[in-house]
Design a protein around this ligand. Sequence first.
Ligand SMILES: [Zn+2]
Ligand SMILES: [Zn+2]
Length: 302
Amino acid sequence: MAHVARIRFLGTAAAVPTTSRGLPCVCIEREGGLLVFDVGEGAQAAFARAGLGWNRETAIFVSHLHGDHCLGLPGLIQTMSMQGRSRPLAIYGPGGTAEFVTANLRMLRFSPPFELAVRDVWEGTIHHTKDYAVSACRADHTIPALSYLFREADRPGRFHPERARALGVPEGPLWKELQRGREVQGVTGTVRPGDVLGSGRPGVSVGYSGDTRPTAGLERFFAGCDHLIFDSTFAEEHSGRAGATGHSTAAGAAALARNAGVGHLILTHFSARYADDAAPLAEARRIHHTVTAAADQMSIEV
Ligand SMILES: [Zn+2]
Ligand SMILES: [Zn+2]
């Protein structure tokens, strides 16, 4: 099966980088385009290591304006500029994001050689193409914060040329019409797309929580999503800290994933206080059936 998208983890630490984890940054790579969720400090170095390319169609989604999620923006914009980016760059984030980016660039007396469109957004569909949409939902953190959901349009079923020929539709423009979902006239009468196309497949959905406590609203927002990347800052022994600091435990993320009917839960944003991800991962796996702990430069085909 051809994979149309890949999730790449560029930074999976919470708050401070460690020797093995950089600050939050996750990419969805699809057919030439990149969607980037959060840009922690140093993200451009992880970008370079991953070989993601500096001039691809790119949209960036910032969850909130805590430094570990946005301080990489000025550096990434400068590196893209020095690497010859010419395509426009779209950046979305909660209120204050546009001011954060423009103030940084102004103080650096830096003006990128490409078009930069930074927009403050809140809930709803904020970015879409004919192939996918990204929507936002308010998260529950210590400052205004957003969670994001990437949803691909449903993929059409496979075209069967032999069926089209058998129904008297010659190869050419009429095949294109059928593939676009329109009826055509064959030699023996009307031919419907369903006569020549296999059944369609639902598009892939990927959720990204940013920093948040688990909430009923997010449970609805992420309902049925295929892959959910969720705040797992703390293990259960520090669940009090999680609530107090506007974060989730791995078990809290797993309970939300289970209740929301999520397929695959991916834990990220790990506190530096844990030597490894064994405890949070084990706690989440007791609650949800499919759980992965994210690691820097990990890549998942979806
Ligand atoms: Zn954070
Ligand atoms: Zn935060």
